[in-house]
Design a protein around this ligand. Structure first.
Ligand code: SAH
Length: 218
């Protein structure tokens, strides 16, 4: 598969700049996140026919009924995860084609990302290899279980909406760690969960729209 989409290079650098300016007007202030969003060529993660729309603030289809998350929500979730600090080990549930994992790879020392749909996992492997994102490891698995063998994580990010917070993931969050996840089915809300010395603190952030977290592999 040709994932580079040669020929739109210059256009994409310019439209990516416009995307960053739009993210600023939408309230994203973390310069580390903005720089990471600027450095990852988002068009590599969609089919060529959609590449001209990929810097707009929309989610777009990536096949198998799934979508690439809109730029604002990717930036917002990573900004909340970082909270101005550098990130060490991060877990993402729902790789898709790997766009958000690539952005996370720019702001964290190590990223682990799990996807339950094999063909999407396979495309993500190709995309991230092409990008040379060597600190991002991809797993084909049901992410609802997390990755107990790699835990604890100082940040966990979910790209699919659960109806409740998966217990296994809470257990894999380090003390002082932060998790960002959408919860709900028809009506969804983005939440921040912080692990403190004694328990967890949960904060509602804003309404969102994500694909559902599904159990098992496909
Ligand atoms: N992070 C992606 C978003 C992909 S959409 C991006 O940057 O664009 C969310 C993804 O979550 C879908 O690919 C879906 O298959 C996946 N998903 C849903 N339930 C899952 C589960 N239990 N484990 C792993 N991945 C899951």
């Amino acid at each position: 598969m040709n994932v580079r989409h040669s020929g739109i290079g210059m256009t994409s650098a310019r439209t990516r700049n416009r995307m960053i300016e739009r993210l600023r007007t939408q309230g994203i202030t973390d310069e580390v996140v903005l720089a990471a969003m600027n450095s990852v060529p988002r068009h590599m993660f969609v089919d060529e026919a959609l590449a001209t729309r990929v810097y707009e603030d929309v989610s777009l289809p990536i096949g198998h009924g799934q979508t690439i998350s809109q730029p604002y929500i990717v930036a917002r979730m990573i900004e909340v995860l970082r909270n101005g600090r550098s990130l060490n080990r991060v877990l993402e549930i729902g790789t898709g084609r790997g766009y958000q994992a690539a952005v996370l790879g720019q702001v964290a020392r190590e990223v682990f990302s799990v996807e339950r749909i094999k063909p999407l996992h396979d495309i993500a492997v190709l995309c991230l290899r092409e990008l040379g994102a060597r600190n991002v490891s991809l797993r084909y698995a049901d992410g609802g279980m997390g990755l107990p063998e790699i835990a604890p994580f100082d940040a966990i990010i979910m790209a699919a909406a659960a109806t409740h917070v998966p217990r296994e993931l809470l257990a894999q969050l380090a003390v002082g760690g932060r998790m960002v996840l959408p919860l709900g089915s028809q009506e969804q809300m983005l939440y921040l969960i912080e692990r403190e010395e004694q328990g967890f603190r949960q904060t509602a952030l804003e309404p969102v729209k994500f694909v559902p977290l599904l159990a098992g592999k496909s």
